[in-house]
Ligand binder design. Structure first.
Ligand code: SAH
Length: 393
């Protein structure tokens, strides 16, 4: 068989920020910034009751307000006729300040995918992508404005980290998506889908969710809390995707929530992964795979390995074999692989593997007993696919 070339990651058309030692810069802490206004969805159930009492209202008002926001997806005082009319506008403005301003919305031809561009209170821009599939509706949400992980193939990281999103800013993306669905704005096959809403969440929008751990968990607790106190979603249908911050993965495993965990591996060898996923300089392939396996052991949830297939860079047959070997070395049945053809980002070396190579890669994994499913590139034509989300507007 012909030896294929080894293309190495480099940036084209932009310069990757470097630290003092010349390595790609990693930003774990957010720059000092003004924080978004406190919102109902930032609070726990008990804190909400305390809050209304503090404002001189009886505790039962908390449940009414939660019902409006988490069940009827509204933050408009005019919808809240069960609250006393006197002072209602002021009350709602204080408890449910607007967090997301719609800047733009792009839809695919069929209308079954919508990309939302949101402006946050401080002008930061983030995106979410709503997708209808047979039997489920998935929302891809952002957890940070920008990202500090600096992966050279991902559009979001190119400008670095602006700031962490608040728990309420994360939850609000789902609330507005549910409101849009309720108004019939998501196309595709809608017949007989009365009362439908977002069923699946993937933290695959902008940002590294595990670098914003506390707000992420606060948002997730509200997502899984039964209505009216939360969105009543199933933890199993929520996927947290990470570059592999090993200590945070261990923390997630200890939360006793059956969340789905996805690891953005993209290379089974440290030599390449050091360049593709700069955080690999901290937590190497073997360490992060051990941690992912421990996640499965603690939660019983099968881990997903994300692998963007990049032409002549990480798509060689020997890498499929090495990946299978490393996964099998840690046991059977604990993991599956989700290859995805790289979505185009600017630069000639950043192109998707060819269909033949993709098939061969998948075939080798399957032959080694690793369940493997090619992920779709939904939203590609509206720049709404994985890795394409950027604040360029
Ligand atoms: N920071 C998290 C979540 C956001 S990215 C993470 O890295 O997992 C969500 C997924 O999209 C990750 O697997 C990421 O590696 C992948 N991705 C980034 N750029 C991509 C691109 N251009 N094509 C395909 N997938 C990409």
């Amino acid at each position: 068989m012909n030896q294929r070339p080894q293309v190495r990651p480099t940036t084209e058309g932009w310069t990757q920020a470097k630290d003092e030692t010349g390595k790609p810069r990693l930003q774990f802490a957010e720059p000092k910034r003004k924080q978004p206004p406190a919102h109902w969805a930032d609070l726990s159930v008990d804190e909400r009751v305390e809050k209304v009492k503090e404002l001189g209202l009886p505790g039962f008002r908390a449940k009414q307000i939660s019902t409006h926001y988490f069940t009827h997806y509204t933050d408009q005082p005019s919808d809240m006729t069960d609250l006393p009319a006197a002072g209602r506008d002021e009350l709602v403005a204080q408890l449910l300040p607007p967090l997301l301003t719609e800047v733009k919305r792009l839809r695919t031809d069929k209308g079954d995918t919508i990309k939302f561009l949101w402006r946050l209170f401080d002008g930061a821009l983030v995106e979410s992508v709503l997708m209808r599939y047979p039997g489920r509706i998935t929302l891809c949400v952002s957890s940070q404005a920008g990202c500090g992980m600096n992966c050279p193939f991902c559009a979001t990281g190119q400008a670095g980290l602006t700031r962490n999103m608040s728990a309420a800013e994360i939850v609000a993306q789902i609330v507005v998506a549910n409101a849009a669905i309720a108004k019939g704005e998501l196309g595709g096959n809608q017949k007989g889908h009365e009362g439908e809403r977002v069923s699946n969440i993937v933290f695959m929008g902008m940002g590294e969710p595990l670098a914003n751990y506390n707000r992420l968990m606060s948002a997730i607790r509200t997502m899984v809390a039964p209505q009216p106190n939360g969105l009543g979603m199933s933890a199993r249908q929520i996927t947290v995707s990470s570059v592999g911050l090993a200590p945070a993965i261990s923390k997630l495993a200890a939360e006793e929530l059956p969340l789905t965990f996805a690891l953005s591996l993209h290379a089974p060898d440290d030599e390449l992964r050091d360049e593709l996923i700069p955080v690999n300089s901290r937590w190497k392939v073997d360490e992060v795979l051990d941690t992912a396996k421990a996640y499965f052991d603690a939660t019983g949830r099968r881990v997903s390995i994300e692998y963007a297939l990049i032409k002549d860079m990480n798509d060689h047959a020997w890498r499929a074999d090495l990946l299978a070997e490393k996964l099998n070395a840690r046991g059977k049945g604990w993991v599956h692989v989700n290859p995805i053809p790289l979505n185009p980002t600017p630069g000639s070396i950043w192109t998707s593997s060819t269909p033949f190579v993709i098939d061969e890669f998948i075939h080798r994994l399957e032959k080694a007993g690793i369940p493997t499913t090619l992920r779709d590139t939904r939203g590609k034509e509206i720049d709404g696919a994985c890795g394409q989300l950027a604040a360029a507007n």
